[in-house]
Design a protein around this ligand. Structure first.
Ligand code: BG6
Length: 441
């Protein structure tokens, strides 16, 4: 069966089956992204969305003002997730539909994912016309991720599994490999010979936003470092592809970069929790971290000795995702900083030194800046890209099983430490800055 249309060709008729249609994830991310995709492209003409819920719901109970445009493509089905018979019924329904491919999207709590996958597999809903679109967390640590991967593989091949890391789909993140690979001035200096250190920050001003139950099980290390921060690190360190637009190579190169990473124990790991978090999650004993800073380093001869500081936290002073590459200073030259701003105000900034005009001989630091928005206007949301790529069968912006395992491996010793209460959990006032909480080491 020809199940996918490549590139920008017309799509094969597709059914997107959403487990957990009334949940937070569907409402906040998936449905708005689907509505935007259907508004701005002709994908909707060949797309049906089936929202599954334990409860008996009408489309009007799920759609709101932003997502009402989906009504023509949308139906809601009630299902008992635990009943094998329900999956047979789902299969009968899917076989009646004209769709040539089906994508199962999981907007359910992490513990509910595997039992559903097993039931899909047992019902025969796993041949090559079916795909899984999975949200993180992919396990809680290396061992549980391995179990999840192995058990999923009993029914689905890795090429049928799309693990979302929506940071990989952010426009500036996609641009990293292209920018570094296409520009001679950076390609030549992209190593420990010229680079002193790298800092990658994911600051958020929001807190846990009603996701307390999920966050209590997760924490910042699993939520952001294991996935988004390590993937951004891999994009920065990976070897450039001979053809920057040959994205088929990207996943393999990211994996190679991840496998060479390890924790840099000589630089401090910082663990924090914002004041008020315990009340928000209604757990006075909570030791879940909402802030983490730690350093990793690579064994790649091109990168040995370069500390990569990863910093993330919630309820900080601002929303900012930025990669800062600090170039070495020499006897004759000053240090330069290249900033790749992933969000907001996506762009690239290079700090340069110039002669300050005047009679004196002074240097001044100025920036060369490029803003995505100024040049290209508003950018599509990463979630839209993720869904379109899953429908089109393009997997390079998703995390492979091996990437997931490699990133858990990097963090295992930190996870073990956190479980033992090390390092000490520091309370911080909401509105603190990442620099205050994790000053330069
Ligand atoms: C998700 C995390 O992966 O990313 C959330 O689970 C976090 O805790 C979110 O808020 C941040 O995404 P973005 O795109 O708003 O930076």
């Amino acid at each position: 069966v020809g199940i996918m249309a490549e590139g920008n060709q017309k799509l094969a008729p597709t059914t997107l089956v959403v487990f957990g249609i009334s949940g937070d994830l569907s409402r906040r991310y998936l449905l708005p992204a689907l509505a935007a995709i259907c508004r701005s492209s002709d994908i909707g003409a060949n797309l049906e969305i089936w929202g599954l819920s334990r409860r008996s719901l009408e489309p009007g109970d799920v759609l709101n003002d932003t997502t009402r445009g989906l009504t023509d493509n949308f139906r809601v089905l009630q299902i008992d997730y635990d009943s094998a018979a329900a999956y047979q019924q789902l299969k009968d329904e899917l076989e009646k539909s004209p769709a040539q491919q089906t994508i199962f999207y999981f907007a359910v709590p992490p513990a509910a994912v595997l039992p559903i996958i097993e039931k899909l597999g047992s019902a025969g809903l796993n041949d090559s016309t079916y795909r899984l679109l999975l949200e993180k967390p992919f396990g809680q640590n290396y061992d549980s991720a391995k179990r999840l991967i192995d058990q999923t593989k009993r029914y689905f091949k890795d090429e049928q599994i799309y693990r979302i890391d929506h940071y990989l789909a952010k426009e500036m993140a996609q641009n990293i490999a292209v920018f570094l690979g296409s520009n001679a001035i950076f390609r030549g200096v992209w190593s420990n010979k010229f680079i002193e250190r790298i800092k990658i920050e994911v600051s958020e001003s929001i807190g846990v936003e009603g996701r307390g139950g999920f966050y209590e099980q997760t924490g910042a290390l699993r939520d952001i470092v294991q996935s988004h921060l390590l993937q951004l690190t891999a994009l920065i360190l990976m070897k450039p592809c001979p053809d920057v637009f040959d994205f088929s190579q990207v996943q393999i190169r990211r994996l190679a970069a991840l496998k060479q990473l390890s924790l840099m124990a000589s630089q401090s790991t910082i663990r924090g929790q914002y004041d008020g978090y315990k009340d928000e999650v209604d757990n006075p004993e909570s030791t879940t971290e909402t802030f983490v800073a730690l350093s990793v380093t690579s064994s790649d001869p091109d990168w040995q000795g370069v500390p990569i500081r990863l910093v993330t936290g919630k309820r900080l002073d601002k929303k900012l995702t930025e990669i800062r590459v600090h170039f070495k200073k020499s006897q004759a030259t000053q240090a330069n900083i290249l900033k790749l701003r992933i969000q907001p105000q996506e762009g690239i900034e290079l700090e340069l030194w110039v002669k300050k005009p005047g009679y004196d001989q002074d240097l001044q630091k100025l920036s060369l800046e490029f803003s995505y928005q100024q040049h290209f206007g508003d950018l599509p949301d990463a979630y839209e890209q993720v869904i379109v790529d899953a429908i089109r069968g393009r997997s390079n912006l998703f995390a492979s099983d091996e990437e997931v395992l490699a990133s858990w491996q990097v963090l295992q010793s930190v996870l073990d430490g956190f479980i033992k209460g090390k390092p000490e959990l520091k309370a911080y006032p909401p509105g603190s800055s990442a620099e205050e909480l994790a000053p330069r080491v």
